[in-house]
Design a protein around this ligand. Structure first.
Ligand code: AHR
Length: 628
């Protein structure tokens, strides 16, 4: 991912004169404590069109024909020439118990040359690439025999791919189709899906779906570019399924994992917390497969009996069904095929259990003003530990009744100035209580994605997390994703932006990547002294097995920072590497139109045990020293 530049001596690369001159004395043979191997992971939820219209590769928007006063959003009639058709909602008639509604299209006039139809405009368009196969399906019944399915350029009317779906009869059935684009097609998102008819009649439809090729070719899978961007963050875990999305506005709107299992036609969809309906195409099994594809482990957040608008379940017998539901969910993740829920997972195509070490009970339960969380958490942790003693259970608030969680999840959404002031927040925190999971955090500057100023403060904060990684076992930035189209964002300042055509990383994204790639296995003893700018921070870690020392240097000031790096206790070889992320202004950023303005540059540098270096203004650097 990082650009390789030609080899230069470190001193030659950093000849700028500077006022401040600091010394960083590193005693590499004196580890202070191990670095938590789980320190950096991922957190996502259905926000900013992260899944529908984002990671989840479905191209059809409102595929289940949810109806509002204004009609079926994202579906419109498309009647060519003299053809005519109308569209209406049908209640109590659909292909399954949970999708027991549909759209009915009544075609009064249609011919081969003047087809009547309906079109779907996708998630701000439909990205089409040349020479590509798109896989589709729909549930349909009617008296019309066949329909034409096409991908059409919305500006020119050019048909990029077309096929005929036969076999439409009076009974609901799922029909599948494929659409192939030609080699001459110009890639672009200005396209729609057209379902059209060549003769009069009536059809009812439900669950119209279309997928491009997906990451690792999974059916019902994910966008490859976004999966690759996550892989390049070198994460260790995925906290799933959120965030507020776990809780729902009401108990009924929670992430009810059992309703996200199995064929899509058996998933009712549900109201998300960020103003739009969730298709639940990304259900619990798809979440787990996502972790499998990235070779990371899930941190399973279970619904804990509190929802955002204040509903809560009183601890005791009323909470027991929710506790049992969480135990079922853990069994679904980890149970072998002899268990009830392990067998369900196997029937759904995944006999192999998934690894699981962490379960989080709820999300941000400090907002539960009823004060019920301590007792709710206690009921959950007792039941979980009784059945799964080795699982680590995470609380989302301080537990006030003496029950000791294994970890507590702290969230921080801050300005850059606030984070600079908090770099030492955990330095003096007692080590006798639960470990810390910084499960959501971000410097909130820049929109839709964060800018360099945010990335610098992120990096400063991360030096503090690394230094305290005996206490901070895990952390995950949030939110991870934003669809940058108008109306796509509910939460400003996100890590990765995209539209239907492409994705890009914010400067903060590259900081995440740099810190996780050069994590190290132990924190080395280091002392920073001398003339140090107020916004200058360091972190030193080492990986003895790899024979590498990682010196992270964060200069959030507009002045260069001179530094003498003196390494003792190991032999430093000459072939070092210096990775630099920098820009001219704190407001400098990447955008969908200019996605690589701020990206890390990698230099080969001549290293030694005494490095005289200047850290550029507004920069984050990782100096990799070969050290044995
Ligand atoms: O990350 C956005 C939201 O911030 C999360 O849903 C919630 O947990 C937090 O308040």
């Amino acid at each position: 991912m990082f650009r390789k530049l030609s080899a230069l001596a470190l001193a030659a690369a950093v000849s700028t004169t500077c006022h401040a001159q600091a010394t960083l004395a590193i005693e590499a043979d004196k580890p202070v404590h191990p670095v938590s191997p789980m320190l950096y992971g991922l957190m996502t939820e259905e926000i900013n069109y992260s899944y529908d219209g984002g990671l989840y590769a479905e191209m059809v928007r409102n595929r289940t024909f949810n109806h509002s006063w204004s009609g079926f959003q994202h579906w419109t009639l498309d009647n060519a020439g003299d053809s005519s058709a109308t569209m209406k909602a049908v209640d109590n008639d659909g292909p399954s118990e949970v999708l027991n509604h549909s759209v009915r299209v009544d075609i009064a006039n249609a011919t081969n040359t003047a087809q009547a139809g309906v079109r779907n405009d996708g998630w701000w368009g439909m990205m089409l690439r040349p020479n590509t196969e798109y896989t589709g399906s729909l549930y349909v019944r009617g008296d019309i025999g066949s329909m034409v399915v096409s991908l059409v350029n919305s500006t020119t009317g050019h048909v990029a791919a077309t096929t005929t779906v036969e076999g439409i009869t009076g009974d609901w059935k799922q029909l599948r189709f494929t659409l192939h684009t030609g080699t001459a097609l110009q890639p672009g998102a200005g396209n729609h899906l057209l379902l059209s008819f060549t003769r009069p009649g009536s059809v009812q439809m439900q669950l119209v779906s279309l997928f491009p090729p997906t990451y690792k070719n999974r059916a019902n899978g994910n966008r490859s570019d976004l999966m690759e961007m996550m892989a390049n963050m070198h994460p260790k875990f995925l906290r799933l399924p959120g965030g507020n999305y776990l809780e729902g506005d009401t108990i009924q709107d929670r992430f009810d994992w059992k309703s996200t299992l199995g064929p899509l036609v058996d998933r009712p969809t549900h109201k998300g917390t960020w103003s739009y309906q969730s298709s639940d195409g990304l259900g619990i099994l798809e979440f787990l497969e996502w972790t499998e594809d990235l070779n990371i482990e899930p941190v399973l957040a279970v619904y804990a009996g509190y929802s955002l608008k204040g509903d809560h379940i009183t601890p005791g017998p009323g909470l027991k069904p929710y506790v049992d539901d969480a135990l079922d969910e853990i069994e679904f993740v980890t149970g072998d095929t002899s268990t009830k829920w392990g067998a369900v997972r196997a029937r759904l195509g995944h006999p192999q259990p998934f690894p699981l070490h962490y379960v989080e009970v709820g999300n941000e339960d400090m907002f539960d003003k009823s004060g019920s969380y301590s007792a709710r958490f206690t009921q959950f942790i007792k039941a979980i530990h009784a059945k799964y003693p080795s699982l680590k259970v995470i609380a989302t608030d301080v537990i006030k009744n003496g029950t000791q969680p294994d970890l507590v999840d702290d969230h921080y959404y801050k300005t850059a100035e606030e984070f600079y002031g908090m770099v030492n927040h955990y330095d003096s925190m007692p080590r006798t209580g639960p470990k810390i999971f910084v499960g959501e955090w971000a410097t909130r500057e820049g929109s839709p994605t964060t800018n360099l100023g945010a990335a610098l403060a992120d990096a400063a904060w991360m030096t503090g997390m690394e230094r305290n990684s005996d206490l901070i076992e895990m952390s995950s930035y949030a939110p991870l994703f934003v669809n940058v189209n108008p109306g796509g964002m509910q939460w400003e300042s996100d890590l990765i932006g995209y539209d239907a055509t492409k994705s890009y990383g914010s400067p903060s994204y590259y900081v995440q990547s740099m810190f996780a790639q050069y994590l190290g296995t132990e924190v080395s003893q280091s002392t920073l002294s001398g003339g140090v700018h107020t916004r200058f921070f360091t972190s030193v870690t080492r990986d003895p097995a790899k024979g590498e020392l990682y010196v992270k240097l964060v200069n959030g000031s507009s002045e260069p920072q001179g530094i003498d790096i003196k390494v003792s206790g190991v032999n430093v070889a000459a072939n070092g590497t210096l990775v630099t992320l920098k820009g001219d202004a704190r407001t400098a950023t990447n955008t969908i139109a200019d996605p690589e303005r701020i990206t890390p540059q990698t230099l080969k540098v001549r290293a030694s045990a005494n490095v005289h270096h200047t850290v550029p203004p507004l920069s984050v650097q990782v100096l990799v020293l070969p050290a044995k």
